[in-house]
Design a binder for this molecule. Structure first.
Ligand code: MG
Length: 342
């Protein structure tokens, strides 16, 4: 099993800003695994500085990950993902990129799309939301909402001095759409409980990560007093985090870049279900290669936020699509991702 990579700089159509900042350029690492029989698989690592990763740290740990799976036959996905996790702690995006490539490889060898390998029916996939990042002013905000016209569900990034006004403006511009909000850990329990009644009145469906990731007591305090469901994102990385969050939140947001692989993503779904939680999955800014890996388990979700590639203007790949908010998973073997030709 050989690993090779290339770094791709993705550019977003608009500056993508959340509570802790933003950018228009995101570097991802596209990884190719080549098995001894010549078959190949593709995966993408979409690193986030918040979780301590950059494209450079991904590239730095690839030799370690390659060594961990070197003698393996490329079929035993469970054992290989376990070996990757044992090789290095954290570095979730790097491991997820290799995991996705290994899943792609197995699907291609068998000639079946990954969702079929998993026994899933794409018809069960929920529609995806489309993200409205933090805008510098109301006119820009409204322009972003207008650009998102085709999407029936909007996820509004909050964590500003004018959060309630933002949601009110979006609601007025999009009276019929499902609205969700994501504070990206920017609120305190007090400020969360102050704004939630207004969000409820504006028809918001749920609140993602209101508080600091480590503040589980605060999350529990807010959840007990909140009229809206609370979903953990930054507080929930791997399956072992879920039991600790039981009772403190209503749901979790899974991302392969956080959890370190597709098998771990499936474990997160199972553990969250066992705790009767809402199961959502999301993404980073990533190309269609990254999004498509996560799209294959979309049939297991209640909610999806798979707009990472739709926010990008120079996506090198074609794979899953989200036109009109409907997640379409490719039917070709493995991940079913190809290089974009136009
Ligand atoms: Mg989030």
């Amino acid at each position: 099993m050989k690993l090779s990579h290339r770094i791709v700089t993705l550019r977003t159509k608009n500056p993508f800003v959340i509570a802790r900042g933003g950018s228009t350029e995101y570097r991802v690492v596209c990884i190719t695994v080549t098995a001894s029989d010549g078959n190949i698989g593709w995966g993408e690592a979409a690193p986030s500085k918040f979780y301590g990763e950059t494209a450079d740290t991904v590239v730095d740990v690839l030799p370690l990950l390659a060594a961990a799976i070197e003698g393996m036959d490329g079929w035993s996905l469970e054992a290989m993902e376990h070996a990757l996790a044992r090789a290095i702690r954290y570095n979730g995006a790097a491991r997820a990129g290799v995991s996705a490539a290994l899943h792609d490889l197995v699907g291609k060898r068998l000639g079946v799309p990954l969702y079929k390998l998993w026994g899933l029916d794409p018809v069960s996939s929920p529609p995806t939301s489309f993200t409205i990042g933090i805008a510098p002013d109301e006119a820009t905000l409204l322009a972003r909402v207008a650009e998102a016209e085709q999407y029936p569900i909007l996820k509004i990034k909050l964590g500003t001095a004018w959060d309630e006004r933002i949601v009110r403006a979006v609601r007025e511009a999009a009276p019929k759409k499902v609205l969700r909000v994501d504070a990206n850990a920017a609120w305190t329990p007090k400020s969360a409980l102050r704004i939630i009644p207004a969000l409820k009145e504006l028809g918001v469906e749920f609140v993602e990560q209101p508080l600091h990731p480590g503040d589980l007591q605060g999350l529990r305090f807010v959840r007990e007093r909140s009229s809206l469901p609370i979903v953990a994102d930054e507080s929930c990385l791997v399956a072992a985090d879920v039991p600790k969050l039981a009772g403190a939140v209503d749901g979790i947001n899974i991302k392969i870049a956080k959890c370190g692989g597709l098998r771990e993503a499936l474990r997160l779904v199972a553990v969250a279900r066992a705790h009767d939680m809402l199961v959502m999955a999301g993404c980073m800014i990533e190309s269609s290669l990254g999004i498509t890996a996560a799209a294959h388990f979309a049939p297991l979700l209640d909610c999806a936020d798979y707009d990472g590639a739709a926010l990008v203007s120079n996506d090198p790949y074609a794979g899953a699509t989200i036109d009109g908010g409907a997640i379409r998973i490719p039917d070709a073997p493995g991940l079913g991702v190809t290089l974009r030709t136009s």
